[in-house]
Design a protein around this ligand. Structure first.
Ligand code: SF4
Ligand code: SF4
Length: 174
C-alpha cells in the first residue's frame, strides 16, 4: 500500500528530481518518477503484491508497462533511491500527502494539509507567506484553535504528530 506515498514520490522536489534525471539521462525515454518508487517496493523479497492508486489512464498505462516486464532495481538504482531519500528527509519537514483524511475527523475543521504545506515551504525557502495563511484559514479554524483531541492523528496514514506540528506552525504564523 502507498508505494508512492500518496503521490509525493511521483512529484519529486527540484533537487531530488535533478538527481533522478541525471541518473536516467542516457535512456531513450525517461522513466516516470513513480516507477522507481513502485519498482522499489516490488523488488523487496517479502512483498508479493504492490497496490498503487491511479487517477488517470496514463498512470495505468505507465504502471502496467514496466510491471508487465518487471525488472527489480539494480544496485545502482538502489543507490539512487538512497540519495533521493536523503534529499527528501532533508527538505520535507512534514511528510503530509494532502490526502485530507484528517479533515474528515476534525470537529472544528483546522486546515491541516494546507498549513503543513506552508510549514514545508518555510523549511525549504525560509519564507513565510502570510497572505496564504489568511486565505487558508478564512473558512477554517486556525492552528492555535486546535482542541488537541487527537482524532486527526488516529486516521493519518503517515502517522504524523499533527498536534505537535500545528503548535510549531501556530508559533511561526500567529
Ligand atoms: S487534534 Fe486539533 S486538528 Fe486534530 S482533530 Fe482535534 S481539533 Fe482537529
Ligand atoms: S496530515 Fe495526514 S491525514 Fe492529514 S492530509 Fe496530511 S497525510 Fe493526510
Amino acid at each position: 500500500m502507498e508505494p508512492i506515498k500518496g503521490g509525493t514520490l511521483a512529484r519529486l522536489p527540484e533537487e531530488a528530481a535533478a538527481a533522478f534525471n541525471a541518473y536516467y539521462q542516457d535512456q531513450k525515454t525517461l522513466p516516470s518518477q513513480a516507477s522507481l518508487a513502485i519498482r522499489y517496493a516490488a523488488s523487496l523479497s517479502e512483498v508479493e503484491i504492490v497496490l498503487s492508486g491511479m487517477s488517470d489512464l496514463s498512470q495505468l498505462d505507465d504502471n502496467t508497462a514496466y510491471m508487465q516486464d518487471f525488472k527489480p532495481l539494480t544496485e545502482e538504482e538502489k543507490e539512487l533511491v538512497e540519495k533521493i531519500t536523503t534529499i527528501l528527509n532533508r527538505t520535507i519537514k512534514v511528510p503530509c500527502t494532502s490526502c485530507r483524511y484528517c479533515m474528515e475527523e476534525c470537529p472544528i475543521q483546522v486546515n491541516i494539509p494546507e498549513y503543513f504545506g506552508l510549514l514545508n515551504l518555510f523549511a525549504v525557502t525560509g519564507k513565510k507567506t502570510n497572505m496564504y495563511y489568511q486565505r487558508y484559514s478564512m473558512n477554517h479554524a486556525k492552528a492555535s484553535e486546535c482542541l488537541k483531541c487527537g482524532r486527526c492523528e488516529k486516521i493519518c496514514p503517515q502517522h504524523i504528530p499533527i498536534r505537535k506540528f500545528l503548535d510549531e506552525f501556530a508559533e511561526l504564523y500567529e
